[in-house]
Design a protein around this ligand. Structure first.
Ligand SMILES: [Mg+2]
Length: 109
């Protein structure tokens, strides 16, 4: 995934519509949460893993729309915050490697 190229397309989309003025940190953080809730809504009232898998199969395009919305707002937030998303993810993975030993996790299963 070429996040930089995607971000450039998003900037052009945003700037052509003069929407940067709406992209405050709080508005973007709220938008990420709203889109995550829209994703969650697709699974509302499922009762077990079988039904959740059914949602994955039957509502695939809606799920794709919502995960895209989440990433779009996340990229916009990182852009105005001067954060490199790929770097942040790689650093977080390294922190998680230290924090959650695979051996300990395995023993708890
Ligand atoms: Mg949405």
């Amino acid at each position: 995934m070429d996040l930089e190229s995607i971000l450039e397309d998003l900037r052009q989309f945003r700037d052509k519509r003069d929407w940067l003025k709406f992209h405050t940190p709080k508005n973007l953080a709220i938008s990420i949460a709203i889109e995550a809730c829209e994703l969650l809504e697709l699974f509302q009232w499922t009762r077990d893993l079988e039904e959740e898998k059914n949602v994955l199969e039957k509502r695939r395009s809606e799920i794709a729309d919502e995960v895209a919305d989440i990433l779009i707002y996340l990229l916009f937030l990182c852009d105005i915050a001067g954060l490199d998303l790929e770097k942040a993810v790689r650093e977080k993975i390294a922190k998680n490697e230290e924090r959650f030993s695979a051996e300990v996790s395995f023993e708890k299963r």
